[in-house]
Design a protein around this ligand. Structure first.
Ligand SMILES: *Cc1c(COP(=O)(O)O)cnc(C)c1O
Length: 383
């Protein structure tokens, strides 16, 4: 039996380990110099003026919603084919998530569907660069400008991706990233928000640390060097210096990671190009994906197999397939809030056909070839 191949995995080398050890031997375990260095490296890479590192990608989305002032009575439009955090962040600040349907070619949010969901309560759009392929940002910007909406990109999948030659992270009001082990780079747990707006940057810094500041320029008064002020209700969403050092070290390998992900995706694409039962992930000409995930869609009209059968066959061959994602509003919590099946037909039918194949920088060509062969068996062999 082939050894187990997970769907995603971190890539950690001796330099990463040494960077962490160095911090452990130093003076600051949290909010020390590594945080700022990591933020500078991120901002530079994302083409943004500012980056604020936080404890995870979900905290990044929460912080972004707070910073732009989304609150009770507001509606926020996002995609249903995403990790629930893209919608949960609206609930955290008392707003209502509204789901727009996806484009069946790219699986990203469809700007025409966004238009149909806008009303007077709509405050922000949270497009998700699903699998690492950037959304149609020009079309989304046009909709946002027409209705005066804020755009927060959930770029958790897309560190290193580009849209029309521009890095993801500097295009909209804000962009959020995750450094969970399966993402492009990891800090164990971790996340960040990037922005070009100084006011938003300041609010992010406040929110990350209880809403408190020691910055004299930002305080209402000054009573002495012990003095600090709580100006907002924030959280402890800080990242440690240990994590930031790991992130900084990982950033040096980002291009290598992206290149390897692209190569592996190309192996899959080549292997599936003539398989009529499978639809390979379509890429827009104007984007470069960061290839967080490789998702294949089964053409259920052309194969007698179900996704359930194919998935289980892959598991039986020791391949850690996954499904990204169950439409967010299918979850019992969302059903209790009143969301029902039928809101986004394209997303719902896509969900029935999706399988995520293994993809991570430490995977070799043979692993990808094996996974591809097994999938072809899965859709053809009698059960
Ligand atoms: C990973 C992810 C998040 C959340 O990131 P965490 O770091 O796990 O909190 C949010 N949105 C999407 C689309 C993600 O993939």
């Amino acid at each position: 039996m082939h050894r187990f191949i997970p769907y995603g995995r971190q890539f950690i080398d001796d330099d990463d380990i040494q960077a962490v050890v160095d911090v452990l031997k130093g003076d600051y375990l949290t909010t020390g110099p590594k945080i700022h260095e990591f933020e500078e490296a991120l901002a530079a890479r994302a083409g943004a003026k500012y980056a604020v590192a936080v404890s995870n990608g979900t905290a990044a989305l929460h912080a972004a919603c707070f910073a732009v002032g989304i609150c009770e009575g507001d509606e926020v439009i996002t995609s249903p084919i995403t990790f629930a955090a893209s919608a949960n962040c609206a609930l955290y600040v008392g707003a209502k998530p509204v789901f727009a349907d996806i484009d069946s070619r790219t699986y990203n949010i469809d700007p025409d569907s966004i238009l149909q969901k806008i009303n007077s309560r709509t405050k922000a759009l949270i497009p998700v660069h699903y699998t690492g392929q950037p959304c149609d940002m020009d079309a989304i910007r046009k909709v946002a400008d027409k209705y005066g909406l804020i755009v927060i990109e959930d770029a958790s999948h897309a560190l290193g991706a580009t849209y029309k030659g521009k890095a993801i992270g500097g295009i909209s009001d804000m962009s959020t990233f995750s450094f969970h082990p399966v993402k492009q780079i990891t800090t164990g747990e971790g996340g960040a928000v990037t922005t070009n707006d100084e006011k938003l940057y300041k609010r992010l810094l406040l929110f990350r640390s209880h809403g408190q500041t020691r910055n004299r320029e930002w305080m209402e008064k000054y009573e002495g060097d012990w003095y600090y002020e709580q100006q907002e209700l924030g959280y402890n969403y800080r990242m440690t210096d240990i994590q930031a050092a790991l992130g900084l070290s990982q950033m040096k390998k980002l291009d290598m990671f992206l290149e390897r992900r692209r190569e592996l995706a190309a192996i899959y694409n080549e292997s599936f190009k003539d398989v009529k039962e499978l639809k390979i992930p379509e890429q827009l000409e104007v984007v470069q994906s960061a290839w967080h995930l490789y998702v294949i869609s089964l053409r259920l009209d052309r194969t007698g197999k179900t996704r359930f059968d194919a998935f289980n066959y892959m598991k039986s061959r020791n391949i850690g397939v996954n499904v990204h994602y169950i439409p967010v509003y299918y979850h019992p919590y969302y059903r209790r809030l009143g969301y029902a099946k039928g809101i986004c037909p394209n997303a719902e039918s896509l969900y029935e056909s999706l399988i995520t194949l293994p993809l991570y920088p430490g995977m070799n060509d043979e692993d990808a070839g094996y996974a591809a062969e097994c999938l072809k068996e899965a859709i053809s062999k009698p059960v």
